[in-house]
Design a protein. Structure first.
Length: 351
């Protein structure tokens, strides 16, 4: 059994529903046409030998502890699966790492899929997602939700109910419009404190309200917090963002792209002002995109850097690119990278 098996796993952008997955709210991520590829071959011992252009070859043994830099996500995924098999793994990617496009989730899911396949284990997509998530939470200490893992395992755009785990496909047929990804180049690090701090604030607010998931709070929940209490604005974001996701699903169904755009922009404002996870570069990217005629724009993913997305008429793309690049130059910031993206298949076993 020395065949090489090749798993191709996309990245994702989140269209709307940010910082809701660990609050039991709805999210609407899209698998995109940039990928992590994991090639895997059986080994006769219990070791994982991992090659990647991200760094020198790493050997991972069953008693592995964190500390392998880029390969920790592979080690964490193997450990979460129970280190079921030895393998040679080659990991390649055209997804920028640390840009908020779920490169870690794609690598973890690819590793779990590849190792489970070599070991002859049959896992549902929910089980793959949960195992890959534990690579981050248990091994790397990043207390993330499960949105990214589910997003990269399913085709195209999906409404995910993060409480029930239900995943419902959403068809995006926005003729004449393009989804633009603006990579600010500011690297974010989910394991760093701010993400965990927001999650802890949400848990504290849910406890005050006597509910398990903050997203199930009613609109009057904000009244329970003093005006100068930061928890008040965190709660307001979670409630209003949940409403925006439902509004976005309706707008998409009615092909009301202006309305969808407005919801994306309101989502950004809420993340900036109430949830406080944006940064100068993301705000400037969003403003410049709107200035150039985008219907809506917002940061996507955890925030604190990474990428913004803009929904824009395709015939305005050139102007949008120029405006965003000029706005960054005005601030003396390194030039951002822009690309258009589209919904793509979820993880597949390649030829
Ligand atoms: C990161 C996490 C996700 C989610 C987003 C914010 O991408 O991995 O679980 O919490 O941030 O919506």
């Amino acid at each position: 059994m020395n065949d090489v098996r090749r798993w191709v796993v996309p990245g994702r952008v989140n269209l709307i529903g940010e910082h809701l997955d660990y609050n039991g709210g709805p999210v609407l991520p899209i698998a995109i046409d940039k990928h992590v590829t994991v090639k895997a071959r059986h080994r006769d011992d219990t070791e994982l030998h991992v090659w990647s252009d991200l760094g020198p070859k790493v050997v991972i043994r069953p008693d592995v502890a964190p500390g392998h830099a880029w390969a920790d996500v592979v080690a964490g995924a193997a450990k979460a699966l129970g280190h079921v098999v030895g393998a040679d793994l080659v990991i390649e990617s055209d997804l920028p790492a640390g840009a908020g496009l779920a490169s870690s989730a794609a690598t973890a899911c690819g590793t779990v899929l590849a190792l489970a396949d070599l070991a002859g284990l049959e896992l549902s997509r929910a089980e793959v997602a949960e195992t890959a998530r534990r690579a981050e939470t248990d091994f790397r200490g990043a207390p993330i939700g499960v949105m990214d893992q589910l997003a990269v395992l399913h085709d195209g755009a999906n409404l995910v109910d993060t409480r029930s785990g239900d995943v419902t496909p959403v068809s995006l047929e926005w003729d004449g419009l393009s989804l633009v990804v603006i990579d600010t180049g500011v690297k974010h690090q989910v394991a760093a404190g701010e993400y965990a701090a927001r999650r802890a604030e949400c848990e504290a607010a849910a406890e005050t309200l006597g509910i398990e998931y903050l997203a199930s709070a009613g609109p009057d929940a904000v009244l329970r917090f003093d005006d100068d209490d930061p928890l008040k604005s965190r709660v307001r974001h979670v409630i209003t963002e949940s409403t925006r996701v439902r509004g976005a699903v309706r707008a998409i169904g009615e092909r009301s792209w202006d309305r969808l755009g407005g919801l994306l922009t309101s989502s950004h404002e809420s993340l900036r002002d109430d949830f406080a996870v944006s940064c100068g570069e993301l705000d400037v990217a969003v403003e410049a995109a709107l200035d150039a005629g985008a219907l809506g724009a917002r940061m996507t993913g955890a925030g604190f850097g990474g990428c913004a997305i803009a929904l824009a008429p395709t015939d305005r793309l050139l102007g949008l690119r120029e405006k965003v690049i000029a706005a960054f130059a005005d601030h003396d910031w390194a030039s951002p990278t822009l690309l258009t993206t589209r919904p793509a298949p979820g993880a597949t076993l390649g030829a």
